[in-house]
Design a protein. Sequence first.
Length: 138
Amino acid sequence: MATVKKLPIPESPVRIASVSAPEIKNLHNRKLCFPSAEGLHLVSWREISHCQAEDNYCRIHLANGKQIFLAKTLRAVQQYLPVSEFVRIHRSHLVRMETIVRVHHEEIELQDGRRLPVSRDRYKDIIERLKKVTVRVT
């Protein structure tokens, strides 16, 4: 009976370090790396104006007007963004609170003039979150 000789296992290729969603909460100064059909996009969360769900995809709208289309759900993208900075205003929209300039029962207006729908169920939460980061002038 012949003996089988074990071959050495080749070294694994170099990989880009990845961080899980819970760990990213502490990395406010790190950039996010979004893979898309155009390649890898390195973006700071501060550059994001809002995110929009499109079925099982997500369109990220940046403050400079550019957009990134991802093969990820809005929920998956939301995990990597700071909870204290972003608010879910509708099942299909996640907004950086700093970009909100006007709130109405049916919609919000962003700095770039866009108007996005507000869910009736989320309206009170949006107002409460904004109260914590704004000063009301009476």
